[in-house]
Each structure stands twice: as C-alpha cells, then as structure tokens.
Write a protein that binds this ligand. Structure first.
Ligand code: IMP
Length: 422
C-alpha cells in the first residue's frame, strides 16, 4: 500500500511517530517537500531521535530513504544531521539514503536572507525557522536557484553562487546583517557536497522501479496543511506544498501511485511562529507547557496551544483526500475536566464551516464551540482503542464525524507501542 502521511494542522502533529510506525511495513520512505525546517521526533527502542531532513526510515537497517526533488537541501545542515544520527548508533550509507540530483540547495546566505525578510516585515513577520527555506524556494521559482546536479559542474556552480552572493549582499547590508564572500560560500558548500556526493542520484527511476515492483512506498510529509503555500493561512505559511499533492510533484511519482492518505492531527491544536490561530487558549497552553509538552523540536520555541479546530481539520481532510485520521497526543488531555471543539467560525454574524481565504477575516473569526466531557483517566497504558475511556472514544468519534474521515490511529504517548491501530 503506497501511503502519504500528511499533517492536518500547523505542523508538529506527531507525523514522525506515525511514519515510524508505518515504516515497519514500508520498503521506501520518501520526503517530497520542505527542508530542515521540519523537526520529526521519533522515539524507538527507548532512544529519542530528532530528524530534520533525513526520512524516518533511516532508523531502520533495511529501508531505502529518498530525499526527493521537491525538498530544499542544506548540505552543511545535512552533514551535521548525519553525524548526529550516526553518533546515536544509526548506520547511514548510500544504499540506504538517496538524494535527488534535482533538489535545490540551501546556501549559507539563504538563511541570512530569511532573517532580512523577517526584519523587513517588522511586527508582521512570519516567525520562520530561519533555515533559509523561503529564500531557497523563491530562487527556485525565480529560476536562479542551484540544484544538486549543478554542483557537479563546478565552473557553472561557482559563477551562479558568485552572482547570487553579490545580489544577496546588497540586501543584507541594508539590514546590517553579515555579508558573504563568494569564495567562502563556495568552499563551505563544496566541503559538504563532496561528502554527500555518493548519496546524490537521479531518484526518479529508482522510485518508479520500486513502484512497478509493488514495493510499499511511504511519503513522509513535513509541516502541515495550514502551512501549505496554497491552502494554508497565507502569508503565515511555509514555502512548499505540504499537502498530499506535494508528494507527487516533489518526488516524480504520479498521483496514481498514491493509494491512501493518512492525515495526522493532535487531539488539540498547536502552532509556532506568527499568524491566525482562532482556538488558541492561554489556559491550555500553560497546562501543556507545565507538563513539559509542546516545545518545538527544531527551535525549542514554546508552541501556542488551543482547542481542536474542526473547521481547519475538515478543510485539511478535503484538500488532502484523507482516507484515515491519526489522532496523536490524546494523553495530553487526560486530566482536563471539559474539552472544547470548535465546530464553526462566526465571522460578522455569519457561520463558516470552512476557513476563509481573505486574510482580514481571521481577526474577526470567533470560534463556535461544542463542549464534551473530559475522561480524567490515564490513557498512556491503553493497548487498544477499546481500552480507551468511553469519553475519549466519544471525543474521537465526534472529531471523525466533524471531519468526515475515519480514525485509523490513536497516539497515547511517544513510544512505538503507544500508537494504537484501529
Ligand atoms: P519556514 O518554513 O522556516 O519558512 O517558516 C514558515 C512558517 O512555518 C513558520 O510559522 C514556522 O514556524 C512554520 N514551520 C516550518 N516548519 C515547521 C515545522 O516543521 N513544524 C511547525 N511549524 C513549522
């Protein structure tokens, strides 16, 4: 079964854990978008791994992991990540990890350019991860980006980097940010590139061969639907298609290769960075932070927390074509008396069951809530759906009904065995 795993909220839904769970039956795990802005935390055999660019299948010995053409790869960051994961005892080899030669390269100045754009936006800043993701995708779309394959042609790559460095320096100096010498950018990039060279290949025929051979393909989405460049809360979004469609444009596998779409959401809602968040709730944020939960894996920033928002989830299930929901962090709500679910927005007296496109509407969107009883029981030791407290089952059933998608998985803790399959 070829499966896409996609986030249904603003990222951090616990996709890494579901991917890790499904990887057991997968042959190939593929990333098709985003970059090292992602932070997937996976706990396997009691060890915690934080993955940014590496697909989660890297933690297994017998899986092929592909970083597809739609990903933006920071070669320096990737080398650091490989070192860190290898130091945790995971072996990484070119048989196990393949990087698309069409993937665009994040250069050191892209990160500073990211910072410059944030400064320019002032209090309207996006709150990016400052990994250079937006500027790298912007160069790709502006047709002045550098791809992995270009690095094989050193004179061409050097000329391109030199030209872009001087253009970027002009912008950086306006904001008193450090500028770059082209020689340093070239040298640093090539040190990392030489190390990654054995992994770089044309991944498309490899993926098609695996598809034709009926291997199980797992597409690992990064970020979430509300951060999608088209469907998210624009402009407070990332710069790629985080939704299921990004799995095909970002890998070279066609839509007909996808057989199921697992949409991952938390039992509540979280968001890092700026932008609209109608169900944000201070009390719930404080409660979860006090439990030591909801701090970003990439930046360590505390995440804003709020009630489950079924307006956003309903939309996310539509645009992704979700065939099964994976609801994670159910245990986070174990102690709460009453739980709220947002079923619609009231915007200027009109009921909205889908999110508006008009950015000005967000400030005026008032959640319409339904209140359900909490279950007030520890769910972390439940081994099956039927062992969950009746009120937890009722909460999940209501979520499923509101989104018009069946529940496929429930997460009650970080460990592999705390993922319950229905
Ligand atoms: P960028 O992707 O670094 O450009 O950041 C754009 C927005 O996406 C910001 O609000 C980030 O906080 C958010 N973002 C990017 N990656 C992730 C992620 O993996 N989890 C949660 N939020 C993310």
């Amino acid at each position: 079964m070829n499966t896409v795993i996609t986030g249904l909220q603003w990222g951090d839904e616990g996709k890494g854990k579901i991917v890790d769970y499904l990887t057991e039956s997968a042959d190939v795990v593929i990333r098709g978008q985003g970059g090292n802005n992602a932070g997937h935390t996976v706990i396997a055999n009691g060890t915690k791994y934080v993955l940014h660019l590496l697909p989660s299948g890297i933690l297994w010995d017998d899986k092929i992991n592909v970083i597809g053409n739609g990903v933006v790869v920071d070669p320096i960051g990737l080398c650091i990540e490989i070192d860190r994961i290898e130091a945790q005892g995971v072996k990484i080899s070119p048989e196990k990890l393949l990087i698309s030669d069409r993937a665009h390269v994040v250069l050191p100045f892209h990160k500073e350019l990211d910072a410059a754009r944030e400064i320019a936006l002032g209090d309207q800043k996006i709150g990016t991860t400052k990994r250079g993701i937006g500027p790298t995708y912007a160069d790709k779309v502006n047709r002045c980006g550098l791809r992995m394959a270009d690095l094989l042609d050193r004179p061409f790559a050097e000329a391109l980097i030199t030209r872009r460095t001087s253009e970027v320096n002009e912008i950086l100096s306006k904001y008193d940010l450090p500028t770059f010498t082209a020689a340093a950018v070239i040298a640093d990039t090539y040190i990392a590139f030489e190390r990654l060279r054995p992994y770089i290949t044309n991944t498309i025929p490899v993926l098609h061969k695996a598809w034709k051979a009926k291997k199980n393909l797992l597409f690992e989405g990064a970020q979430g639907t509300l951060l999608d460049i088209d469907f998210g809360t624009y402009p407070f979004v990332t710069s790629s298609n985080t939704t299921a469609g990004g799995s095909t444009t970002g890998t070279g596998l066609p839509p007909t290769a996808i057989e199921s779409v697992i949409g991952v959401c938390k039992a509540y809602t979280t968001r890092v960075g700026s932008g609209p968040f109608p169900t944000c709730d201070e009390g719930l944020s404080e409660y979860l932070h006090n439990l030591g939960r909801e701090f970003g894996a990439t930046t360590g920033r505390p995440r804003g927390c709020g009630w489950l928002d079924s307006v956003l989830l309903r939309f996310a299930c539509m645009v992704n074509g979700v065939t099964g929901l994976a609801v994670t962090n159910v245990d986070g709500l174990d102690e709460y008396d009453h739980l709220k679910i947002c079923v619609a927005y009231d915007i200027d007296g009109i009921r909205h069951e889908l999110p508006p496109a008009d950015r000005n509407f967000w400030n005026r969107a008032k959640p319409i809530y339904e209140t359900l009883p909490g279950w007030k029981q520890d769910t972390t030791k439940c081994l099956s759906y039927s062992e969950l407290p009746k009120d937890a089952q009722a909460y999940l059933a209501r979520l499923s009904e509101l989104c018009d998608a069946p529940i496929a998985f429930v997460g009650v803790g970080p460990d592999r065995k705390q993922t319950l399959r229905l």
